[in-house]
Design a protein around this ligand. Sequence first.
Ligand SMILES: NC(=O)c1ccc[n+]([C@@H]2O[C@H](COP(=O)([O-])OP(=O)(O)OC[C@H]3O[C@@H](n4cnc5c(N)ncnc54)[C@H](OP(=O)(O)O)[C@@H]3O)[C@@H](O)[C@H]2O)c1
Length: 279
Amino acid sequence: MRILLTGATGQVGWELRRTLAPMGEVKFYDRYGLDLAEAPPLAAAVRALQPDLVVNAAAYTAVDKAESERDLAFAVNATAPRVLAEEAKRIGAMLVHYSTDYVFDGEKASPYVEGDPPRPINVYGESKLAGEQAIQASGCRHLILRTSWVYGPRGKNFLLTILRLAKERPELRVVDDQVGAPTSSLAIARATPQLLAKGAQGLYHMTAGGETSWCGFARAILKGAGLATPVIAIRTEDYPTPARRPRNSRLDCSRLKSDTGVALESWEAQLAEVTSALA
Ligand SMILES: NC(=O)c1ccc[n+]([C@@H]2O[C@H](COP(=O)([O-])OP(=O)(O)OC[C@H]3O[C@@H](n4cnc5c(N)ncnc54)[C@H](OP(=O)(O)O)[C@@H]3O)[C@@H](O)[C@H]2O)c1
C-alpha cells in the first residue's frame, strides 16, 4: 500500500511515520517538501504518487495567530483538505484527517456528540470546520477524527511549556474553567492504523478518556515530573488571549467505541506514558 503523509514534523505526524509504516510504504512530507498553502503542488503530489491512503496530519494550529492570519489558516485547514479530498476521490484513495473540539462553542453542559451542531468561536475552529465540510462534500472515502488538547514528547505543546515554565518561575497561574481531555500524539497515532484496519469511515470523536481542566492537567504534569512548583487556578477572564476558547471541550467518544471497539486510554494513563517517554 502507498501512503502519503503530510505534517510529518508535527506532533501527530511524527508519531504516524512510525505507526503507519507496517501498513505500507509511507511517503512523508514536511512543510518544505509540500506547502499545504499552495493548492496546485499539493494536487500534483497526490497525482504523482497515486497513493492508496492519504493521511493529513498537517494543519495550521496556531490558534491565537489565526485570528490575524485568517487567509493562511483557511488555506491550510480548509482548502488543502478539500484538494486532498478531491484528489483522493479521483483516484479512489482513502483520506484520514484530524479535526478539533474547537468546532464547538463550548456552551453545551455535557460532552459533545458527533451530531451536535458545530459553532466555532474562533478563526482556527472555523477553518477546521470548513476543512471537515469540504472533505464530506467531496464524496471521497474518509475518516475524520476530532480530538482535543493534543500534546506529546515533542513539538509545541502545553506539557512541554508547563515543564519549562515550572523551572523558570516560582509559581504558575493556569486557567481552571476550560474542561477537556488532554490527548497524546502517541495514542492518536497508535489508534489511526487500528481504525483503518477495522474499516472505520466517517466522522468520529476520539480523545483520551476522562476530563480535567488546564489547571488540573498542569498539576498532574508537574506531579508526574516530580516538580513542586505551585499552580494557582485562574479564570479564563484573567488570561486574555486573541482567540476565544470553548469552556467545554469534552467530546463524547462512545460512537467510536461502539462502532469499532477502539477507545483511547484515560488522560492520566496517556500522561504517564508521555512522561516516561521524556525521561
Ligand atoms: N494541537 C492540538 O491541541 C490539537 C487539538 C485538536 C485537534 N488537533 C488537530 O490534530 C491534528 C494534528 O495536530 P498536531 O498537534 O500534530 O499539530 P502540530 O504539531 O502543530 O503539527 C502540524 C503540522 O502541520 C505542518 N504545517 C503547518 N502549516 C503547513 C503548511 N503550510 N504546509 C505544510 N505543512 C504545514 C507543521 O509544520 P511545522 O512543523 O514546520 O510547523 C506541522 O508539521 C491537526 O489536524 C490539528 O488541527 C490538534
